[in-house]
Design a protein around this ligand. Structure first.
Ligand code: PGA
Length: 244
């Protein structure tokens, strides 16, 4: 099953989130693609209410804390997300690593806490331009990934930082190479179970390039930021994902 996940980032409070979901429900959606939308915490309840009985898209969060409850001002526990029927949660997005100082170790703890309550972590990994230029890509991604593999029940998103929100998507060839390396790391850790772990590509995916990723082997789906903000464009991307 291929995956396509929208990441709204810090867009859409409850009112706009509800409107987005209602508009997206009018889109014709493929059956053989898993569709998810990662929304801000504050909009999860509104998105859930607007979804009604519709089974797609799956609702996801963009972050979670690793503790169950306690003196952690401003944080959200996986259990709280679970109450709203949250199916998956992004972890370690590069914007959180850069702007909020999220470390590989924190990512590992978040992954374990989410998995413990049955929310699928979507672990984001990827190198900066400087790291790629210094030929450190594999080392960086390996470290990010290794710290995050506290469960095998997860998804991985390869998101080179230089391709995120830049309009400069990573070529499908480079993405394919990285996905192969990531699969090898997963196999070393989990053996045959690693084959079941979806590896998504993210970074400036849009309606013009999505076909290239879906027609490339070893790319099991995409994570879409900017191009997911319009529900009609995202509907179009979902249909493109089904065609491969
Ligand atoms: P982008 O973001 O599609 O806007 O590049 C992708 C992401 O950050 O997940």
């Amino acid at each position: 099953m291929k995956w396509i996940i929208a990441n709204w980032k810090m867009h859409y409070g409850p009112i706009k989130a509800g409107a987005w979901i209602r508009a997206f429900r009018r889109e014709r959606l493929p059956k053989d693609v898993e569709i998810g939308v990662a929304v801000p915490h504050i909009s999860l309840a509104a998105a859930r209410a607007s979804l009604g009985r519709a089974s797609a898209p799956l609702l996801g969060a963009q972050n979670a804390f690793w503790g169950k409850e306690g003196a952690f001002t401003g944080e959200t526990a996986p259990e709280m997300l679970q109450e709203l029927g949250t199916s998956f949660c992004l972890v370690g997005h590069s914007e959180r690593r850069i702007h909020l100082g999220e470390t590989d170790q924190m990512v590992g703890k978040k992954v374990a806490a989410l998995a413990a309550v049955g929310i699928k972590p979507v672990v984001c990994v990827g190198e900066t331009k400087a790291q790629r230029d210094k030929k450190e890509t594999l080392k960086v991604v390996k470290a990010q990934l290794t710290a995050a593999l506290t469960t095998s029940d997860l998804l991985v998103a390869y998101e080179p930082v230089w391709a995120v929100g830049s309009g400069k998507a990573c070529s499908p060839e480079i993405a394919k190479q990285m996905h192969e390396s990531i699969r090898e790391i997963l196999k070393k850790k989990f053996g045959a179970r690693a084959e079941q772990i979806p590896i998504l590509y993210g970074g400036s995916v849009d309606e013009n390039n999505i076909h290239e990723y879906f027609s490339t082997t070893d790319i099991d789906g995409v994570l879409v930021g900017g191009a997911s903000l319009d529900p009609r464009t995202f509907g179009l991307l979902c249909r493109a994902a089904a065609r491969g």
